[in-house]
Design a binder for this molecule. Structure first.
Ligand SMILES: *[C@@H]1O[C@H](CO)[C@@H](O)[C@H](O)[C@H]1NC(C)=O
Ligand SMILES: *[C@@H]1O[C@H](CO)[C@@H](O)[C@H](O)[C@H]1NC(C)=O
Ligand SMILES: *[C@@H]1O[C@H](CO)[C@@H](O)[C@H](O)[C@H]1NC(C)=O
Ligand SMILES: *[C@@H]1O[C@H](CO)[C@@H](O)[C@H](O)[C@H]1NC(C)=O
Ligand SMILES: *[C@@H]1O[C@H](CO)[C@@H](O)[C@H](O)[C@H]1NC(C)=O
Ligand SMILES: *[C@@H]1O[C@H](CO)[C@@H](O)[C@H](O)[C@H]1NC(C)=O
Ligand SMILES: *[C@@H]1O[C@H](CO)[C@@H](O)[C@H](O)[C@H]1NC(C)=O
Ligand SMILES: *[C@@H]1O[C@H](CO)[C@@H](O)[C@H](O)[C@H]1NC(C)=O
Length: 335
């Protein structure tokens, strides 16, 4: 711990003490969860530098509550991670998120039965703490050793990949780190689309719509994906890297500037979007978005066809072929 964060920690601890004498309801006011500590209702924990916040939230016009991580102090809540995507709770006041003495973060509902858990089976359970980092990663780690990470939210991505997080797969355990959008803006349960790294040693991203390939990224050239040349003009990302060894294959990226926030997200519509925001601003700017054009969508015109983005009718047949069902073809059904 360096001096600054230690001071910060001390001042937060003092705040915590003051808060506890002032109101016993505020059980957590720092970036750290200690064993036995819990939060419920509108209580949150904040990352050390005040960038991210973790707590209960209710999306869109939903009546349900979820545990999530979002950017603190943005007028439009931007959620980057959801814990219980499939297991919402209906009442955050009677629900608790607790760092159990066994070292796991556990969400209990009204019935006090566990609804969601980090499920880690660590041997250093009694010295585990939970911490929300300024990268947006929530980690469970040994209290005395920051490198002894037992569990981290970055290993369970939802629809967003933040700088420093990885996407790919573990060759030994076969575990995949994929992006899966929300079902609707009011329901963070996994939608049909998902983005995964092709699992045969190549660097190709596959975007699926259920069981159908929707888009592929092309090969990684070391600088960009072969079919996303506009990535070369992107000055916001740095160190977009692909690493593959006998343990796994992963992509990761970094912020090019310390003055910006950046996030890559798979939208409900199946579009992969890169957003950027200056640290002093509250609005996100969309910088690239594959599939950029309808023609990039795999098989969008059907077999023996050519796709031309500049043609009004988009799809044409290869010479010597005719639409199978001319009526459907006119209605833009090209299969
Ligand atoms: C948090 O909840 C308490 C009790 O329900 C309420 O009094 C308080 O205003 C809430 N605080 C915020 C910031 O919403
Ligand atoms: C934890 O384990 C339970 C029971 O095996 C499972 O249903 C749940 O999805 C697991 N939670 C996570 C976050 O993997
Ligand atoms: C944690 O567990 C270890 C081994 O089980 C034990 O030696 C140690 O005293 C425990 N520490 C605390 C703080 O309970
Ligand atoms: C990987 O799998 C894809 C789809 O199954 C295939 O087209 C491609 O040739 C394979 N590449 C390698 C190097 O095996
Ligand atoms: C994705 O697949 C579903 C079900 O097959 C289909 O209804 C939907 O139109 C597809 N979405 C897109 C954007 O192609
Ligand atoms: C990018 O990688 C280089 C070399 O590994 C490193 O020196 C640099 O700090 C990295 N940049 C960022 C923004 O992480
Ligand atoms: C693979 O994982 C093992 C065990 O976690 C580790 O000791 C080894 O260094 C890793 N190898 C590479 C190439 O990363
Ligand atoms: C462009 O559209 C016309 C119909 O408007 C079609 O006959 C032609 O094949 C299309 N050309 C291409 C290259 O898609």
């Amino acid at each position: 711990m360096d001096i600054i964060s230690e001071n910060h920690f001390i001042s937060q601890s003092i705040m915590l003490l003051l808060c506890c004498t002032f109101s016993e309801y505020i059980s957590v006011a720092s970036s750290i969860f200690s064993p036995g500590q819990s939060l419920s209702g509108n209580q949150t924990i904040t990352s050390t530098g005040g960038i991210f916040e973790l707590g209960f939230f209710t999306p869109g016009n939903s009546q349900n509550y979820y545990i999530g991580i979002w950017y603190k102090n943005l007028p439009h809540q931007t959620v980057v991670w959801v814990a219980n995507r499939n297991q919402p709770v209906s009442d955050p006041i009677s629900s608790t998120l607790e760092l159990h003495a066994n070292g796991n973060l556990i969400l209990h509902g009204l019935s006090k039965l566990p609804i969601w858990s980090t499920n880690s089976t660590s041997e250093i359970a009694n010295s585990t703490i939970g911490m929300l980092l300024d990268s947006g990663n929530f980690v469970l780690r040994d209290a005395s050793d920051p490198s002894a990470v037992i569990w981290q939210s970055f290993d369970f991505p939802t629809d967003t990949c933040l700088p420093g997080a990885r996407l790919g797969y573990n060759k030994l355990t076969k575990e995949k780190l994929i992006l899966r959008p929300w079902r609707t803006s009011s329901d963070p349960a996994p939608g049909l689309f998902y983005l995964e790294l092709q699992q045969n040693g190549t660097s190709v991203w596959l975007l699926w719509n259920g069981s159908e390939t929707y888009w592929t990224s092309g090969y990684w050239t070391g600088k960009l994906f072969s079919i996303v040349p506009e990535m070369a003009e992107n000055n916001y990302i740095s160190n977009f890297t692909f690493a593959s060894n006998k343990n796994g294959s992963y992509f990761t990226y970094a912020d090019a500037s310390s003055n910006t926030f950046i996030r890559i997200m798979l939208e409900i519509t199946g579009q992969l979007k890169l957003f950027i925001r200056g640290k002093e601003f509250t609005q996100w700017t969309l910088t690239w978005m594959p599939p950029l054009e309808q023609c990039d969508v795999y098989g969008s015109c059907g077999a023996f066809s050519i796709c031309n983005q500049k043609n009004v009718s988009l799809c044409g047949c290869l010479q010597g072929f005719e639409p199978q069902v001319p009526k459907d073809w006119k209605l833009q059904d090209h299969k």
